[in-house]
Structure formats: structure tokens, C-alpha cells
Ligand binder design. Structure first.
Ligand code: FAD
Ligand code: NAD
Length: 467
């Protein structure tokens, strides 16, 4: 056995773990990062990045197809077609560049990366089984142990992954566009990828247990997405229960609210019903940490119930977002180095990359009321924004929520094409304690979608200019 010693061990090289290790390296903390699969974790390899690449390709293809049938603005396109294998190769190239970059950054900052599966011996000792080996061959001892093992796709008990039943991982690596795709779950993954595959030409059915799409967002925000889903010809089955495959195994058996059976043809069935923290199979239970449901329980500094054992990212539960994992990772490295840090963001942005996109930061009106604020709210529609018109995307709006007494901005919500890029402005205004006047009196470049942000603030003050 190869025995090593370090100050910090990080288990998992996803956005949480690799950012923690880079920051620890910058701060001079001797650090070992153990990754069982590929640096970059879910996010870079089978999550955020590949999904956005495919969404981009699907949208470009849908636009080409659109112009082939409609030359309103003078563009002519003849018979566009898609070679999905090449699209996937292009996507893999982006993933490779990013994961290679993470490896280079870790090396530059002096982090020792061990490729292999980690198993916990105790809160200060980890065994590593390198890829291809059947037994651990490396043992690393540390002062601080950071758990960043991420999450796995949730399975449906009556329809396990395998064959035509796939998770997002397989959906991001299909060799050809399925003729028929059934999607279970109208959440983030189901709608981001369901819309993309519809644009690529698949016949798509989406089955959702609840009676609405994207239950994490308020209903007004999801209306333009619902309209787009209908416009694309996706067949939505709300309030339906999934009963597994049919007898022949080539269709999805669902039941509507009245208990009537419906069989949806499906070359592939994408199950996207949430993710669960990756807590099994690597000895985590032996530490007997306090848990919060299925997630590892942490305090405001990402400390677990065991001294000098820390946890971040998806392993610690909702919201399972890459930027949250990164922020936690950076913070833990700084605390270990002696800095006084707490995880207390004023807000964590959430973006859904459907078409149109949704972005929320902070509180909506109902949440503000529930938190005891007397709030004012105002909305500015993209229909009144010149840039949106030139982009042919006037569906959607920006909405602001602010305290009535002092106009402190409490939250932003937006839906529309490209609004994900407004997340930075939204987050900054809340983190910096902006008032409506600060946003309304900031000169926003013309013509941009951002002018709708300024106008929403002005409208909340009662004097919007362009509506
Ligand atoms: P992960 O990224 O899951 O990394 C954990 C790592 O730990 C993995 O590499 C794993 O191999 C490794 N590991 C686990 N156990 C061991 C062990 N015992 N030994 C060694 N290594 C181990 N979030 C966003 O913010 N924006 C998005 O647009 C977005 N899109 C997504 C799209 C899809 C399809 C999916 C599935 C997720 C998406 N997410 C998105 C969520 C995002 O990917 C996760 O929140 C993020 O990756 C969590 O980071 P993490 O570091 O906690 O864990
Ligand atoms: P999700 O929680 O977003 O959506 C799951 C959906 O499945 C919900 O609408 C739920 O009501 C439905 N559902 C649950 N059980 C069902 C059943 N038996 N039958 C039918 N419907 C059912 O989960 P997801 O889409 O799998 O994504 C997992 C997580 O990954 C997200 O919560 C998010 O944290 C992360 N993610 C983020 C992004 C992003 O930031 N843009 C993109 C993709 C994934």
C-alpha cells in the first residue's frame, strides 16, 4: 500500500471539489483531490455544459428549419439536416477542453490529483482504488476531509435505467435522434432536453405527475415556456402517473387523473424526476454523520457533525446547482486557511435553459409576503423592448420585487430569450443592497434586453418611460 499524508483531502472533482482544491492550492494548503471518473464531475461531463451545447445545436437547427419554410426577413435555407453523431463529437470537444483546463489549473496550483475511487476508512483516512484495480492500493491521511461526491439521477422503482429507459447522461450521448421520445418529469432536465430533442425532430411526450410544468417556478413565469412547448408540438401529459413499460416494452404506460391508461410510443424514455445525493458505496455511512433527509447535514460553514469533516455541493442537498457548489468549495478552502467565512449569500440565482429561458434571483412577491415584507412589484414586458423585437423574441418579461418602505430590491424574475445573461445584473443588485432608484438611475446600454431591467425598476417607482 502506498501511504501518503496531506492537509486536505477532497473527494470528488466536480465544480464543488475542484474549485475547493484550486483555492486551497492558491492558499498554500497541501491538497489531494481524488476523482473516480473524470475531472469536472456531473457539471462538465454529463450536466450543465453538454446539455447547453446540445440545446444550442438544437436551437440552431430549428432556426435553419424555420428559415427553410419562411423567408420573412429575407433568409433562404434549403433542406437543413442534422448529423447528431457530429453534434455529439463537437459537444465532446467542448467538454474535453474544459475538463483538460480543470486538470491544468489543479496542477498549476500544486494540487495532487489521484484518479480512483475513494472509500472512507475514518474521518481522517481515505483508501483509493485506482481505475482497473480491484483493491485499494493507496492510503491518504489528512487533517481536513472535504466530501464533494455529488449526486446521481433518481430512478423510478417500476422502471430502472437500462435499455430504452435512460437518464440525462445517456440522453446527452445519443448516436441518433430518436423517432419518439417520452420524458418523465417536466422539471429542469425534462424540459431543457425535451425541448431540444423536439427541435432536433423527435416526437416528444412529456409526462408530469403534478398539474403544472416547472413546479420550482411561479406559474406566471412558466406561461411563456408552456406556450413554446405547445408551439413546438410537444405533447404534455400533466397530472399523469407512470406505470412502467407496456407489455411489449416499446411504449410508456401512464394513467391520467381518471385512472385511464394511455400508452405513449417511445424509442427512448428519459427519466428526469430529480437527483439524489451520492451517499452510498464509498463508506460514508461509517462516519455516522448527521443527515438532513438523504443529504449530508452541514452548518453555515459547510461543517458536518464530525470535526474537520466538511461537505459541499449536491451531496448536501438542494439547491443542486453548480454555482452553489463552487461558492461553497471556495469558502471551505478559505476557512481551512484561517479566514473567517460563512455561506450566507443574499441570493442564489437559478436559471432554466428552456426556450424561452427563465431566471430567478431572490424573492418573488409571494415569497416576500411569506417572509413578512410589505413589497411592491412591477413587470416590464419584452414586447416593449426594441432589442427583443430585433431578436424576434418579444415573449416574456422582467419583474422586480422590492420593499415598499425603502425600495430595497428583494428579487428579480425574468422569462424570455437569452435572459440567463441577466442573472449577473440581478445577483449583483441584490448582493450589493441596491434600491429601485439605483437600478432605475443606472444608464443601461441601448438597445439591450437589460433596458427591461431598468424599466421594471422605474415602473415599480411609478414612472417607466417606455410603456
Ligand atoms: P458533481 O458534479 O456530481 O461531482 C461529484 C464528483 O465526485 C463526480 O465527478 C464523481 O465521479 C466524484 N465521486 C463521487 N464519489 C466518489 C468517490 N467515492 N471517489 C472518487 N470520486 C467520487 N447546474 C447548474 O447550476 N446549471 C445548469 O445548467 C445545470 N445543468 C445540469 C444539467 C444536467 C443534465 C444535470 C444532470 C445537472 C445539471 N446541473 C446544473 C447540476 C450540476 O451539474 C450539479 O449541481 C453540480 O455538478 C454539483 O457539483 P458537485 O461538485 O457537488 O458534484
Ligand atoms: P427537477 O426536480 O427539476 O424536476 C423533476 C420533475 O419530475 C418535477 O416536475 C416532478 O414533479 C416530476 N416528477 C417526480 N416524480 C415523478 C413521477 N413519478 N412521474 C412524473 N413526474 C415526476 O429534477 P430534474 O429535472 O431531474 O433535475 C435534477 C436537478 O438537476 C435539478 O433539480 C437541478 O438541481 C439540477 N439541474 C439544474 C439545471 C439548471 O440549473 N438549468 C438543469 C438541469 C438540472
Amino acid at each position: 500500500m502506498d501511504i501518503r499524508n496531506t492537509t486536505l483531502i477532497v473527494i470528488g472533482g466536480g465544480p464543488g471539489g475542484y474549485v475547493a482544491a484550486i483555492r486551497a492550492g492558491q492558499l498554500g494548503i497541501p491538497t489531494v483531490l481524488i476523482e473516480g471518473e473524470s475531472l469536472g464531475g456531473t457539471c462538465l461531463n454529463v450536466g450543465c455544459i453538454p446539455s447547453k451545447a446540445i440545446i444550442h445545436a438544437a436551437t440552431a437547427f430549428a432556426e435553419a428549419t424555420h428559415w427553410a419554410g419562411d423567408s420573412k426577413i429575407g433568409i433562404k435555407v434549403a433542406n437543413p439536416s442534422i448529423d447528431l453523431a457530429r453534434t455529439m463529437k463537437w459537444k465532446d470537444g467542448i467538454v474535453g477542453r474544459l475538463t483538460g483546463g480543470v486538470g491544468a489549473l489543479l496542477k498549476k496550483n500544486g494540487v495532487q490529483v489521484i484518479k480512483g475511487r475513494a472509500t472512507l476508512v475514518d474521518g481522517k483516512t481515505v483508501n483509493v482504488t485506482p481505475a482497473g484495480a480491484s483493491e485499494p492500493t493507496i492510503r491518504v491521511a489528512c487533517e481536513h476531509l472535504l466530501l464533494a461526491a455529488g449526486s446521481d439521477a433518481a430512478e423510478l422503482p417500476m422502471m430502472k435505467f437500462g435499455g430504452r429507459v435512460i437518464s440525462s447522461t445517456e440522453a446527452l450521448a445519443l448516436a441518433e435522434v430518436p423517432k419518439t421520445l417520452a420524458v418523465v418529469g417536466a422539471g429542469y432536465i425534462g424540459l431543457e432536453l425535451g425541448m431540444a430533442y423536439r427541435k432536433l425532430g423527435a416526437e416528444v411526450h412529456v409526462v408530469e405527475a403534478l398539474d403544472r410544468i416547472l413546479p420550482a417556478y411561479d406559474e406566471e413565469l412558466t406561461k411563456p415556456v408552456l406556450a413554446a412547448i405547445n408551439g413546438l408540438g410537444i405533447k404534455l401529459h400533466l397530472g399523469h402517473a407512470v406505470h412502467g413499460l407496456n407489455d411489449l416494452g416499446d411504449a410508456l404506460h401512464v394513467k391520467n387523473a381518471a385512472g385511464e391508461s394511455v400508452h405513449l410510443p417511445a424509442d427512448k424514455i428519459l427519466v428526469a424526476v430529480g437527483r439524489k445525493p451520492h451517499t452510498a458505496g464509498w463508506g460514508l455511512e461509517s462516519l455516522m454523520l448527521d443527515m438532513a433527509g438523504r443529504a449530508v447535514k452541514v452548518d453555515g460553514q459547510c461543517r458536518t457533525s464530525m470535526r474537520n469533516v466538511w461537505a459541499i455541493g449536491d451531496l448536501t442537498g438542494e439547491p443542486m446547482l453548480a454555482h452553489r457548489a463552487m461558492a461553497q468549495g471556495e469558502m471551505v478552502a478559505e476557512i481551512i486557511s484561517g479566514k473567517n467565512r460563512h455561506f450566507a449569500p443574499a441570493a442564489i440565482p437559478a436559471v432554466c435553459f428552456t426556450d424561452p429561458e427563465i431566471v430567478v434571483v431572490g424573492l418573488n412577491a409571494a415569497e416576500a409576503a411569506a417572509a413578512g415584507h410589505e413589497a411592491i412589484t412591477a413587470m416590464f414586458p419584452f414586447a416593449a423592448n426594441g432589442r427583443a423585437m430585433t431578436l424576434e423574441s418579444t415573449d416574456g418579461f422582467v419583474r422586480v420585487v422590492a420593499r415598499k418602505d425603502n425600495h430595497l430590491v428583494l428579487g428579480w424574475q425574468a422569462v424570455g430569450k437569452g435572459v440567463s445573461e441577466l442573472a449577473a445584473a440581478f445577483s449583483q443588485s441584490i448582493e450589493m443592497g441596491a434600491r429601485l432608484e439605483d437600478v432605475g438611475h443606472t444608464i443601461h446600454a441601448h438597445p439591450t434586453l437589460g433596458e427591461a431591467v431598468q424599466e421594471a425598476a422605474l415602473r415599480a417607482l411609478g414612472h417607466a418611460l417606455h410603456i
